[in-house]
Design a protein around this ligand. Structure first.
Ligand code: CO
Length: 216
């Protein structure tokens, strides 16, 4: 694609929005009140807004390689804090996708430079679920299952975050959802994870009882 085409596309997009509503960008500039935080993969095929059919302003978005929630990652921690404390999102979604290159790399160990430490989180997910995964003979099915288990583990990583727990103690929100985008069909699949129940199972380890630190 011609690099300059992007700016032509942008001009057309602006014109299209203004044709529908002359004040469109004035309204957009006034602020955002998204109810959703979406955490997805950077994969160019998994276009968050497009696949959800949402408009600018409706979803707060964070993307990284293989949709990981890593406890030492300042970026994700800042995104989550901002989303729950300031935007007061009602839902946090972790969305993985089939055919994820990051997940595939975790199933096939090799030296990948900077990606080594990043993908270690995924290799840990493989280790936690090694018995189940190694029992799956079909490599495609095993690959798909690791995509799903990774989403589940990253949802658990979300509930370990103090900002999320504090919001839960104070408001009961946000609700955590695990999704998979099937890049082969375009379908979005809700894994229907019961994160409140899962939290109960791991609560003795991860509940920080953050209410006492809350000023709100
Ligand atoms: Co991916």
């Amino acid at each position: 694609m011609d690099f300059n085409k992007i700016f032509k596309n942008n001009e057309a997009w602006v014109a299209e929005k203004l044709a529908l509503d002359a004040q469109y960008f004035e309204k957009l500039a006034q602020g955002q009140q998204p109810e959703f935080l979406y955490i997805g993969c950077s994969d160019s095929r998994v276009t968050a807004e497009d696949l959800m059919g949402v408009l600018p302003g409706e979803v707060f978005i964070h993307r990284n390689v293989a949709n990981l929630v890593v406890s030492t990652d300042n970026n994700i921690n800042a995104v989550v804090q901002y989303a729950v404390e300031h935007l007061k999102v009602k839902h946090i979604i972790v969305c993985g996708h089939y055919e994820c290159g990051g997940v595939k790399a975790a199933l096939n160990p090799s030296d990948m430079g900077q990606l080594n430490s990043w993908l270690q989180t995924l290799r840990d997910v493989y280790r936690f679920h090694k018995t189940e995964l190694d029992a799956i003979e079909d490599t495609q099915t095993r690959f798909d299952r690791l995509v799903e288990l990774n989403v589940r583990e990253q949802c658990i990583n979300i509930i370990k975050i103090d900002h999320v727990q504090r919001a839960w103690y104070n408001t009961g929100f946000p609700t955590i959802h695990g999704w998979v985008f099937d890049v082969r069909t375009g379908k979005l699949i809700d894994l229907k994870l019961d994160m409140k129940k899962i939290f109960q199972e791991v609560r003795s380890i991860y509940d920080l009882h953050p209410l006492i630190h809350s000023a709100k």
